[in-house]
Every structure is written in C-alpha cells, then in structure tokens.
Design a protein around this ligand. Structure first.
Ligand SMILES: [Zn+2]
Ligand SMILES: [Zn+2]
Length: 389
C-alpha cells in the first residue's frame, strides 16, 4: 500500500509499504477514505518529538471502511464506515473504566520509554513516535486499528467524511479544552492559537455558555475565521500587547478561563522569545512555552488555564508563583476522544456544530509532502488539510 512516512526533519515521503494485517483478535483493518494533517504532526515534521524512526507511517486523524476484522470484534462488520479516535485504548483497564482513555495502561507496548521521560506512560497513539507505541499511522491507504471493539465509532448513513472526520481528534480536543474551563454564565474565555483546535475550542466555549470569547493569533486568515465563524473578538499579538489588551477587555481582572491551543512551538516575542529559541536549540529545554506563560499570567485570580496544546518535555520559566499565589487551576491532557465521539456526533447531526469550516485544502495522499510544506508555512491561508488516499 501507499503511506506517508517520516524520514527526518522537513522530510516526509509517500512510499510503498507492506499492507497491515490482523495481529490480535480485537484488531480491525480500515481502508482509509479520508485522513488529515494535524498541527501536532508538525511537531514530528519539525523534529521536536523524540523516538521517531525513518520510515514510520504518520497521521492520527483518519476514517474509512472496515475491510477485515479480528475474531473478537463483534460490534462492527465488514463494510461499516468508522471514524477512529487517535488514542488507542483497551476499554477495560483502570483508566479506561474512568473514561481516561488517553492514559490507557494497556495500549503502549513501549511504556518503558515513556516512563523514563514522563514518570508513567500514557496510552498508545497512532503515528506518533515510538514513545507512544510506534503504531503505524493513518496517512495511508490502510491502517490496523487495535481494540477496534471499543474505539471506532460507526458513521450514520448520509453523513459525509468531512462532517465526521474531525471526531478523530481536533473536535473533541477543542471541546474538552472548553469543558475543562468550567464555564459559567457571564464568563470570558481567551483562546491562544486560532488553528483548528482553537477554533473548535471557541465554538465549544459558546456552546457551554461563555458570554465572550477572545481569540489570539497573528495570522490574518485564522483571526478572520475566529471572528467571522466563531464570533470571537480577535487580538493580533504582533500588533498589541496581549496582556494589556486582555486587562482592558475584562475590566482589569483578566479572562475567567484561558486556553493554550498553541503548544510547544509557540512563536516567542521579545527577549524571552529569543531565550526560548536558544535554549531549545541547545537542548537545554525541549519546548517553547510562550503562549502558556502568557495564559498563566493573564488569567484572572482563581481562573482555569486549559492546555490542549501539545508539550513534549521540560519547560523553562513557568511562573509557578503566579499559579500558586493566585489560585489558578491547570487542566490538560491528551484528549479522551472516545468519551466525546458520540455526543459530538449528535451535535453535528442536529446542526449545533459543523466542523467542515476549518478545511481550507483538499489534496491527495500522494501530495502529502507538498501538503506538509503548505500547512507548515501557512501558505495560501492554509488552516486544515484533508488528504484522500
Ligand atoms: Zn491531531
Ligand atoms: Zn485501557
């Protein structure tokens, strides 16, 4: 089959690889009909995530048709259309029972690697380094889906791929980020990063009762989308002092909740921005937490800072004194996608949500290397790319 494989920094190639096969009785093989490039794939493309190996198939947002089933998968049949959640979860361990699917304790065969870096291991993830299991990803013609009896959700007839594809990651991710904010009537929520997760977090914040949503970015097309479609008040951080602007917009108090939908490759401004770049380049810190720092300092006393943005390792200059002295709550985590797929599918079905608006580019799987370049450089106002095998 054809698959998009990682070969190094800024180097992905669509090549021939062996077809996946059923390895366990709870596996399914999915013939992929749509797959997407995620902002977090850029962390692989930019070489920020350790334990990648040349030839690894990447991609963790995908859907398709069941073409083969292991003997223990009884809830699906050949020919079903399914969306696959990006965290791989067994459904029956302590954490899965608690609906904390992205920290399933049975799905990462390389748990020892993750334990060295993080103390304990999260779940396995499709196409996202050997640290999270070394599973082949979904930017391919086919994928093996472990625990297929608990993860994939069936797509109702009449719904298009584009309507449901983002249930695999970014829609639940934006929603969980907003849910973590414990929004009450009258609340103001500020969102750093107007990529797809940021956009979905803004929409979700309104769905959950926020009175105002403020969107922070510097890319005009993304700020426009936030304003026009998500009804957020845009702030361009290249033009204004974000901390000062947020104070002015909230009577000096700060937003009730702040969402960092940027993650580890934030573009720093000023002296601290340069410091982060140098430290990251010298391997003295692994991430560049500009957005997170700003969110922590801007949030009102007693507020929530919700972090759907991806971080890999060790962060420098995090104002923990501010967190402690001002009674902030930090909520974060890889998304427990399985928890949100059905309720969000229903919201799409009844017209409360239409996630298709984030798609700016539709390309073929064969064009993946070009798509990564366009997406990384935000050329042609690129916000989200869907690839068709
Ligand atoms: Zn993703
Ligand atoms: Zn589990």
């Amino acid at each position: 089959m054809r698959a998009n494989c990682w070969y190094g920094i800024n180097d992905v190639r669509v090549t021939n690889v062996p077809d996946p096969t059923i390895l366990n009785p709870r596996d399914a093989i999915v013939k992929i009909t749509s797959t997407a490039i995620c902002g977090s794939d850029l962390h692989l493309y930019d070489g920020f995530i350790p334990t990648m190996e040349k030839g690894d198939i990447i991609g963790h947002e995908f859907m398709g048709e069941i073409v083969e089933l292991g003997s223990e998968v009884t809830n699906l049949k050949i020919g079903d259309r399914v969306v696959v959640p990006f965290p791989i979860a067994c459904g029956h361990c302590f954490f899965c029972e608690e609906k904390l699917y992205s920290v399933c304790e049975n799905s990462n065969p390389n748990a020892w690697m993750a334990e060295k870096m993080w103390g304990h291991s999260p779940s396995g993830i499709f196409g996202y380094s050997h640290l999270t299991g070394g599973y082949a990803g979904g930017q391919a013609e086919y994928a093996r889906v472990p625990y297929a009896d608990v993860g994939p959700i069936k797509v109702p007839d009449g719904m298009t791929d584009e309507q449901v594809l983002f249930l695999s990651d970014i829609l639940p991710t934006g929603y969980m980020a907003a849910e973590a904010c414990e929004i009450k009537p009258g609340h103001v929520v500020a969102v750093w990063g107007c990529g797809p997760v940021g956009q979905f977090a803004m929409q979700s914040a309104y769905l959950l009762g926020a009175e105002r949503v403020i969107a922070i970015d510097r890319v005009p097309a993304r700020l426009r989308m936030a304003r026009d479609i998500c009804k957020a008040e845009p702030l361009d951080y290249a033009q204004v002092d974000v901390a000062e602007a947020l104070k002015q917009m909230t009577g000096g108090r700060g937003p009730d909740a702040c969402i960092d939908a940027v993650g580890l490759e934030a573009h720093g401004m000023g002296v601290v921005g340069v410091y982060d770049k140098v430290k990251a380049a010298m391997m003295m810190q692994t991430d560049r937490p500009t957005a997170l720092r700003e969110a922590l300092m801007a949030c009102r006393n007693g507020g929530v800072v919700s972090v759907p943005g991806v971080y890999g390792g060790f962060l420098d200059k995090i104002p923990f004194g501010s967190i402690m002295n001002r009674s902030l709550t930090i909520k974060t985590g890889q998304t427990h996608v399985q928890r949100y797929m059905q309720p969000l599918l229903e919201r799409i079905q009844n017209g409360e949500l239409d996630p298709t608006f984030v798609i700016t580019h539709r390309m073929s799987l064969e064009e993946a290397p070009l798509a990564y370049e366009i997406f990384k450089k935000k050329q042609d106002e690129c916000i989200k790319v869907v690839l068709k095998p």
